[in-house]
Ligand binder design. Structure first.
Ligand code: ADP
Ligand code: ZN
Ligand code: ZN
Length: 820
C-alpha cells in the first residue's frame, strides 16, 4: 500500500499522511495537487510532498486521497526544498509557505473561478451533487467556488468540482493546460527591403496614383514608428484600420504590392508589443569596469554587491549580465521590491528581450499569474522573470542569476501574514540551490549587505560616477526652525528658497518632485481648548485627517469617521491641524503655482496598477510639472527632466524609534535626491529640516555613505543589533490586556531560563494596540555565529510548555525572524 505526505494550506502541522487509492498509485507523484478530506467535512487542495509505503503510526484511521488534480506535477522538485528552508528558517509552517507560493489560480479555494463547459455531454450518469452544481450555473459561464456553495446549498463543493473537472464538465480558470486557447491576432509590418530609405521613396513614387494606399502607408509608418528604432512598436491590423480610417481593401492593395506584410501572432495576456528587439547599449568605461569586476567576484563568491550611485547605470550593467546568462541557456530572476517600479523597467527590458521576458506580481490577475507559472513549468526556453518577492516561488528549472535591485528596501521583508520571509536573503538561498549567482544592487546598500561585502562574505563592486558624468545633485539644507522663528515661514510648508527653485525650474520647462512621507492632510488634529485628540477605536493611534472626504482615518485598520464640526468633549469648534501630509502639500502648491499641472503619488491616489501607471507616465511625458508623493517616489524611478527635488520635512524620518531609523532616513533622502538631474544638468535638492546640524543631514548632503555605515556599525555592535546579532521577535497579541501581560512575562521568563540575557522584554511597541489586539514583543538577540537549530528547539519546547496554560490560548503568537 502506498501513502502520500501532503501539505495542506493550514498553519498546523508541516505535513499529513493519506493513503493513495490503488487506481491512483501510479499517478500520484510529488508536486501534484490532490483533494483531501481534513477536519469536519472540509476538503482542501493539498500538495504531495513525498510518496512512500510506511503506514503512519496513529490511532486515527488514515484517510484516502479523494481526487488527483494533475496528471503531472505543478511544482518542480527544487521548489519543495526551498519551501522547507523558508519554513524552518522563518519559523513557520509549510502550509503558510504553500499559501504564499502558489498563485491562487492553482489553489481550489473559495475564490477560485469555475468555468462551465458548454460542450460537455455526460457519458455516464451524473451523481446528484454533480448535477446540482452544473444546474447552479443556470446560464452563467463562470462562478466562484463560494458562489457555487451558496447556490447549491452544499457545504462542500470542492470535491464535487474536482470530480466534474475530471469529467471535463467544468474547468477551473487556472487549468490552462486543457482550457487555454491561445489568442492570436494579425499584425502588419513593413517588408524588410523597405527599411532602406531609397527603396521606400521608390514605393511612394509608385503610389502617386493610388492616393488611398499612399495615405494608408503614411498612417502605418506614423502609428508604428517603424522608422524609429527606439519608438518602433508592433501594430495590429485592427488598430491600423481603426486609426487610419481606411478599409481592408486599401490595405490589401499594399499587401499585394509586397510593401507591407501581415503575420499572425499569439498574444498571451502578457505579451509586450515589440517587433524588432533593440540591441544592447554599449557600456561606458566605468560600467565596463564594473561588469568585469562582477565577473571576477563571481569566480570565487556566490554573492556580489554592486554599490552604484543613483543614475550610475546599474540597470544597464544588469542588462548585459542578463543577456549573457540567457545566451548560456539559463534563467534569470530580476527582483524588485515593489510593484510600483516594475512599469518603467518592464518597458526597458521588453524592448531588449521581447517575449523572453515574463512579469510576475500580485497585481496581475490569477490567469496571468498561472500563465507565467505554466510557461516556466512546461517551457524549456531560457527566460527572464521580472517580479516582486513572491516570484521566488515560481517553478524555475535552471536559474543562472538572481538580481536583487534596490536591495536595501525593507519591502523585501514580508510583514503579514506568514511566511515572514526576507526575499533578498531567501533569494541568495534559492540561488545556491540552483548553483546560480546573486547580484545585489543599490545606491544605498543595507548595512547588513555592506557589512557582508566588506568582511569577505560577499564581493563588492563600486560604480561611483553617474552615467554621462552628470554631477550628483547639489543638496541644500534649509533650517525651517530658524525661518519660523524669524517669522519668514509662517503658515506655509515652503521655504522661500524652495519656492524660488520651483519657480526657476517651471520657468524653463523643467519638472519638480516634492517628497513628504505622510499621506492625508494632517496626521493629527487636536482641540485647542481642551487638548482632545481623536483616536481610532480599534488601534492605539491618532486618526489622520483626509480633506478630500472630510474624514478622519486610521492608517492601521481603515476605521474612518466624519470630521466632527466641534470638539465632542468641550463642544468648542476649535480643532487644530497638527503636522501635514501630501494632501496639504498639494493644496498649498495649487495656491502658490496655480498654472502648474500637479499630481500626487501616494497610497490614496495609486491604489490600482493603472492609476499608478498613469501618474508615472503623465509625469514622464511632461503632462505634469510637479509630482508630490510619499516614499513611493523614492524607488528607482528614472525621469529625465527633473531638476528640483524638495524634501519638505526630514525630521519625522530621523526621529523614528527603531534601530534602523537613521540608516533608513539616509537611504530615503539619498534615493529621493537621486531623482534629480539624471540626464545632463546637475539637479538641486532642497532639504528642509529643523535639525540642520544633525549628522544624518550632513551625511546626506555629502553622500557620505561609508561614514554613515561606520557610525551605525559602532552603535549596533555596542547595543547588540544586526549585523552582529540576529533578531528573532516573538509577537504576542490578545484582546485581553491583562492576560497578555501576565502570559508574556511568564513566556519571557521561561525563555530566559534557556537563553539568559539574550532575551529582552516583554516590551510594549510604540503602537500598543492594532485592530483591537494589544501587542507585546519578546526580543531575542542571538549571536550571529550561533546555529539556529538549537534556538528553534528551545522555542518549540517553551511554546509547548506555555500551551499547558489555558489562558495562553487567548494569545496569538508568531515569530518574526530578521525583522526589517
Ligand atoms: P541606476 O539604475 O544606476 O539608477 P540607470 O540604469 O537607470 O541608473 O541609468 C540612468 C540613466 O542613464 C538612464 O536613463 C539610462 O538609460 C542611461 N544610461 C545608463 N547606461 C547607459 C549606457 N551604457 N548607454 C546609454 N544610456 C545609458
Ligand atoms: Zn475640546
Ligand atoms: Zn485603527
Amino acid at each position: 500500500m502506498k501513502f502520500a505526505d501532503v501539505i495542506l494550506p493550514l498553519p498546523l502541522e508541516n505535513s499529513y499522511t493519506y493513503r493513495i487509492p490503488e487506481d491512483m498509485e501510479k499517478a500520484v507523484t510529488p508536486g501534484c495537487r490532490v483533494i483531501v478530506h481534513f477536519g469536519k467535512k472540509r476538503y482542501y487542495t493539498a500538495i504531495v510532498m513525498a510518496v512512500h509505503d510506511k503506514e503512519p503510526l496513529s490511532s486515527f484511521e488514515t484517510k484516502d486521497i479523494y481526487a488527483l488534480l494533475d496528471a503531472s506535477p505543478v511544482l518542480r522538485r527544487p521548489q519543495l526544498r526551498f519551501w522547507k528552508w523558508i519554513s524552518s528558517y522563518y519559523l513557520c509552517k509549510l502550509g503558510d509557505v504553500y499559501k504564499a507560493a502558489l498563485p491562487s489560480g492553482l489553489k481550489l479555494e473559495s475564490e477560485t473561478s469555475v468555468i462551465y463547459n458548454e460542450d460537455y455531454e455526460a457519458d455516464t450518469p451524473l451523481r446528484p451533487n454533480e448535477q446540482s452544481v452544473l444546474d447552479a450555473f443556470g446560464g452563467a459561464l463562470k462562478l466562484t467556488v463560494s458562489e457555487l456553495e451558496k447556490k447549491t446549498g452544499l457545504r462542500n463543493v470542492v470535491p464535487v468540482v474536482a470530480s466534474l473537472m475530471s469529467r471535463g464538465a467544468v474547468e477551473v480558470s487556472e487549468e490552462l493546460k486543457r482550457g487555454f486557447v491561445p489568442k492570436t491576432r494579425t499584425f502588419i509590418r513593413l517588408v524588410e527591403t523597405f527599411y532602406d530609405e531609397e527603396k521606400l521613396q521608390e514605393v511612394f513614387n509608385e503610389l502617386k496614383r493610388a492616393k488611398k494606399q499612399e495615405l494608408l502607408l503614411v498612417s502605418f509608418l506614423d502609428l508604428s514608428h517603424t522608422l524609429n528604432p527606439v519608438l518602433r512598436k508592433e501594430l495590429s491590423k485592427k488598430e491600423l484600420l481603426e486609426r487610419s480610417g481606411f478599409t481592408s481593401n486599401v490595405l490589401d492593395g499594399l499587401l499585394k504590392r509586397g510593401v507591407l506584410e501581415c503575420y499572425e501572432k499569439e498574444v498571451g495576456r502578457l505579451q509586450i508589443s515589440v517587433c524588432r528587439l533593440l540591441p544592447l547599449l554599449p557600456l561606458s568605461a566605468a560600467q565596463e569596469k564594473a561588469y568585469g569586476d562582477i565577473h571576477d567576484v563571481f569566480k570565487t563568491k556566490e554573492v556580489c554587491l554592486l554599490h552604484g550611485v543613483t543614475s550610475s547605470g546599474k540597470t544597464e550593467v544588469y542588462i548585459h549580465l542578463i543577456d549573457e546568462v540567457l545566451k548560456l541557456g539559463r534563467q534569470v530572476l530580476y527582483l524588485l521590491p515593489e510593484i510600483a517600479i516594475t512599469t518603467q523597467i518592464t518597458e526597458r527590458l521588453a524592448k531588449l528581450f521581447g517575449n523572453r521576458l515574463l512579469v510576475y506580481h500580485s497585481k496581475f490577475s490569477d490567469n496571468e499569474r498561472v500563465e507565467v507559472w505554466n510557461k516556466l513549468l512546461h517551457g524549456n526556453e531560457p527566460m527572464l522573470v521580472l517580479g516582486v518577492r513572491s516570484s521566488l516561488f515560481l517553478p524555475f528549472k535552471d536559474l543562472g542569476l538572481i538580481i536583487v535591485d534596490e536591495e536595501h528596501e525593507n519591502t523585501y521583508k514580508q510583514q503579514d501574514p506568514a511566511p515572514r520571509y526576507h526575499a533578498r536573503n531567501a533569494a541568495i538561498v534559492l540561488a545556491g540551490m540552483h548553483g546560480a549567482k546573486t547580484l545585489l544592487g543599490s545606491a544605498t546598500p543595507s548595512i547588513d549587505s555592506y557589512f557582508n561585502a566588506t568582511t569577505g562574505k560577499y564581493g563588492l563592486v563600486e560604480l561611483s560616477t553617474r552615467y554621462g558624468d552628470v554631477l550628483m545633485p547639489e543638496i541644500i539644507p534649509v533650517d525651517i526652525k530658524e525661518l519660523k522663528r524669524k517669522k519668514i515661514m509662517k503658515d506655509t510648508l515652503f521655504s522661500p528658497l524652495l519656492v524660488t527653485k520651483i519657480n526657476d525650474a517651471l520657468a524653463v520647462g523643467e519638472q519638480v518632485i516634492l517628497f513628504q512621507n505622510r499621506r492625508g492632510f494632517a496626521p493629527m488634529i487636536e482641540c485647542k481648548s481642551c487638548g482632545w485628540v481623536p483616536h481610532c477605536v480599534n488601534c492605539d493611534v491618532s486618526l489622520t485627517y483626509h480633506k478630500i472626504h472630510n474624514r478622519l482615518v486610521c492608517h492601521y485598520c481603515g476605521y474612518a469617521i466624519q470630521l466632527p464640526p466641534a470638539c465632542p468633549e468641550c463642544k468648542e469648534a476649535d480643532l487644530r491641524m497638527m503636522g501635514f501630509g501630501t494632501e496639504k502639500v498639494e493644496e498649498e502648491i495649487a495656491t502658490l503655482f496655480p498654472v502648474a499641472k500637479v499630481e500626487r503619488l501616494d497610497f490614496d491616489t495609486a491604489r490600482t496598477r493603472t492609476a499608478y501607471e498613469r501618474i508615472i507616465s503623465d509625469f514622464e511625458q511632461g503632462k505634469t510639472q510637479i509630482l508630490i508623493g510619499t516614499q513611493m517616489l523614492s524607488k528607482g524611478l528614472d525621469f529625465g527632466n527633473v531638476s528640483v527635488v524638495g524634501i519638505l520635512n526630514a525630521d519625522s524620518l530621523m526621529n523614528f524609534p527603531d534601530f534602523r531609523a537613521h540608516e533608513r532616513a539616509f537611504q530615503l533622502m539619498v534615493q529621493v535626491s537621486g531623482r534629480a538631474g539624471r540626464r545632463d544638468k546637475r539637479g538641486t535638492v532642497i532639504l528642509q529640516t529643523s535639525q540642520p546640524e544633525h549628522p544624518i543631514i550632513r551625511m546626506v548632503q555629502h553622500f557620505a555613505y561609508k561614514e554613515m555605515v561606520g557610525l551605525q556599525l559602532s552603535e549596533r555592535s555596542m547595543f547588540r543589533y544586526p549585523p552582529y546579532y540576529r533578531l528573532i521577535v516573538l509577537v504576542l497579541r490578545s484582546r485581553n490586556e491583562s492576560v497578555l501581560s501576565e502570559m508574556s512575562s511568564m513566556y519571557a521568563g521561561k525563555l530566559r531560563l534557556h537563553l539568559g540575557e539574550r532575551v529582552l522584554g516583554p516590551v510594549t511597541p510604540p503602537v500598543t494596540r492594532v485592530q483591537t489586539l494589544h501587542i507585546k514583543k519578546i526580543i531575542l538577540k542571538i549571536e550571529i555565529a550561533a546555529a539556529i537549530a538549537p534556538v528553534r528547539e528551545i522555542l518549540e519546547t517553551v511554546y509547548a510548555e506555555m500551551m499547558q496554560y489555558p489562558a495562553f490560548k487567548q494569545l496569538l503568537v508568531h515569530y518574526d525572524v530578521d525583522p526589517a
